[in-house]
Design a protein around this ligand. Structure first.
Ligand code: FAD
Length: 360
């Protein structure tokens, strides 16, 4: 059986690797000339990912270990600490390590597909070929998605610099709450930081932030990209959507590597079992609940007034001992639920309710 995989990002590569090991013939199409480049990622990946995907060797791509975060709302802040909660990777090396041993057709751009007599016919900028199954792991602006699937989604624009700076947080991430997302400082090591933000005009917002922080060095590298937030179906008649193409992204942080990887494993298992429609079911169990609830929390977060946001921030700050114990890097809804053990959260219900009404 032939499987065409469009896009050699982590999601497509993990699915390909697992299917290749199971003996399937995989045709991977990647539009860029180098795997993993250009990078549009801060490379912050939670420990759970590395624990789950021990079968792959990411050792060389890991640049730094993260032991917690400093969270800021303006000048108000608190610190969360957990040794080794996440790791900072070189995303190009990370993707390249996944591509080892796979044959990939580079500088080839997928254009469209057609179903004919049980066969899927693919058109790229270089050729036409037939396949039995098609996996669209072609990122946030997926062409496979736009041809076949209807998604209720939004693209958020991100901009990031790698820059030398004289900051003291070598193993802590800084998160500055700034809606619609936040501005981050991720220490890469060797005095280099990945500083980025997501907004309607992220470049301007980021340079303003750098100026306020007195960071004046010229960036070593500039990276930009989009984060797809939303949901939709991910399987129809031998065509699958995977990773950012399927919005398999944490709605509150925009991180997508772990969810995309879990979905890639689920997809490979569905194909190997011959029960293709089990893919959406497995995704439902693994990630969809977090995504749906995260989408609701995101809506509320975006609609809180500044005063309401300050009240929520103060409440979370007062519960940092709970977060230190049971907060999860990858499951934000579960983390918020852990705070409901404190009945004081009910004092925030009118705030959440009012903000929710504003989303309607
Ligand atoms: C600024 C920023 C920071 C981020 N930081 C983090 C982070 O710290 N941690 C985290 O987990 N996530 C982060 N993310 C999200 C993360 O980068 C994505 O979720 C992840 O890369 C998704 O993997 P993927 O394989 O689904 O898609 P991608 O990595 O986007 O890979 C898709 C591949 O498809 C190729 N492609 C696209 N169209 C075509 C076509 N027509 N033909 C052929 N090939 C095609 C692309 O070239 C690309 O190689 C960040 C995103 C942004 C924008």
């Amino acid at each position: 059986m032939d499987i065409a995989v469009i896009g050699a990002g982590p999601a497509g590569l993990i699915a390909s690797k697992l299917l290749d090991r199971a003996g399937y013939k995989i045709n991977i199409i990647e539009e860029h000339k180098t795997i993993g480049k250009p990078v549009s990622c801060s490379g912050l990946i939670g420990k759970d990912f590395f624990d789950h995907f021990k079968q792959f060797d990411f050792e060389e791509s890991i640049k730094n270990r993260i032991d917690g975060a400093k969270i800021f709302l303006g000048t108000n802040s608190f610190e969360l600490k957990r040794k080794g909660v996440s790791f900072v990777v070189d995303r190009a090396m990370f993707d390249q390590s996944l591509s080892n041993g796979l044959e990939i057709s580079l500088e080839e751009r997928f254009q469209s597909f057609e179903r004919k007599n049980g066969i899927i016919s693919i058109k790229t900028n270089k050729r036409k070929f037939n396949t039995d199954l098609l996996i669209g792991s072609d990122g946030p602006s997926s062409r496979v998605r736009s041809q076949e699937f209807d998604y209720n989604m939004k693209h958020y624009k991100g901009y990031q610099v790698r820059i030398k700076a004289d900051l003291d947080s070598n193993n802590l991430v800084e998160v500055h709450i700034q809606r619609p997302f936040f501005t981050w400082i991720v220490p890469e090591g060797d005095g280099i930081f990945r500083i980025g933000t997501i907004s309607d005009s992220p470049k301007e917002s980021l340079y303003r932030f750098l100026e306020e922080r007195g960071i004046k060095n010229a960036p070593i590298e500039i990276q930009s990209g989009v984060i797809p937030i939303g949901k939709g179906i991910n399987y129809r008649d031998r065509v699958f959507l995977l990773g950012d193409a399927a919005c398999q992204v944490k709605p509150l942080s925009g991180g997508g590597v772990y969810y995309g990887a879990l979905a890639a494993e689920a997809l490979a298992n569905s194909i190997i079992s011959g029960r293709y429609s089990s893919y959406p079911q497995l995704c439902k169990q693994l990630i969809d609940k977090e995504i749906s609830r995260g989408l609701l929390l995101r809506k509320i977060y975006e609609k809180l007034s500044d005063d309401e946001l300050r009240a929520v921030f103060d409440f979370i700050k007062s519960k940092k001992h709970i977060l230190n114990k049971s907060g999860s890097f990858d499951e934000h809804y579960k983390t918020i639920i852990s705070l409901t053990k404190d009945p004081k959260i009910f004092s925030l219900l009118p705030i959440f309710f009012k903000a929710y009404l504003r989303t309607l």
